[in-house]
Write a protein that binds this ligand. Structure first.
Ligand code: IPE
Ligand code: IPE
Ligand code: MG
Length: 242
């Protein structure tokens, strides 16, 4: 079975999961964190090299402040509590997103996590936190414009590869498989540039219900895709889905 090298996930439906169970929203986020831990280990176990998860989008600041505060403190607690275990599993942890609006204690924990796990090569976990796809493209444009203004490079040097190289994801291949839970079928300003050729998988399951068995279903879906990248079937041959 052909496996993706890089999976990107929008972990959605924590709120509806809790609503269905007549529980407060924060318990949905707590349950979502448990699901994330299960999926990180399941992805690593399969030898998949990169996993990017959308943990907090720039637009999520618009939520009620109690929820935003809860998410920030959950994130900090989880980072402090679970980074050791990720390190034991030889997982490198990195963060993408705008660090400007995040509180200093959280930033410090994020930097410590990155430093601690820097040498790990089993899997790279990329956490998109205070991230948006348009922000990423905007900051890449600013870097490129700066280089042109300083005569470091000519305008003609700006091409696709150069833009990719200035995105926050420059160090990794683009995702092969995109997963969104909870029945929503949209990108919500996630990796806009990087998902150009990803296979898109949507499931009705809420994120807290997404377990190893659900991951298997997504991987089985992926294995059956024929990725043509503009070519026709005959040029690439029928893919062996067995
Ligand atoms: C995703 O679940 C978690 C975050 C955005 C942090 P939601 O909180 O969006 O859950 P729904 O969409 O309200 O069910
Ligand atoms: C996207 O989910 C962001 C994260 C999962 C962190 P949302 O649930 O906030 O997305 P929309 O607003 O419904 O599109
Ligand atoms: Mg949602």
């Amino acid at each position: 079975m052909s496996l993706p090298r890089h999976i990107a996930i929008i972990m959605d439906g924590n709120g509806r999961w809790s609503k269905d169970r007549a529980k407060p929203r924060h318990l949905g986020h707590k349950a979502g964190l448990e699901a994330l831990k299960t999926i990180i280990e399941a992805v690593a176990k399969r030898g998949i090299r990169y996993l990017t998860v959308f943990a907090f989008g720039i637009e999520n600041w618009l939520r009620p402040s109690e929820e935003v505060n809860y998410l920030m403190s959950l994130f900090l607690t989880a980072l402090k509590r679970d980074i050791g275990r990720l390190h034991e599993h030889e997982i490198q942890v990195l963060f993408i997103g705008d660090r400007k609006r995040i509180n200093t204690e959280l930033i410090r924990s994020m930097e410590e996590a990155e430093a601690l796990t820097r040498q790990n090569h089993k899997m790279t976990l990329i956490v998109a936190f205070n991230y948006s796809g348009r922000w990423d493209i905007e900051q890449a444009c600013q870097q490129l414009a700066q280089k042109v203004a300083e005569n470091i490079m000519p305008v003609s040097a700006i091409n696709e590869a150069m833009i990719s190289h200035h995105l926050s994801t420059a160090a990794w291949p683009d995702p092969d498989l995109f997963i969104r839970t909870s029945g929503e079928q949209r990108l919500s300003n996630f990796l806009l540039w990087q998902l150009s050729y990803a296979e898109l998988y949507f499931t009705e399951k809420y994120w807290p219900e997404f377990d190893e068995n659900e991951l298997e279903k997504a991987l089985a879906f992926y294995a059956l895709r024929e990725r043509r990248f503009g070519q026709i079937s005959e040029q690439i041959g029928m893919k062996d889905a067995s």
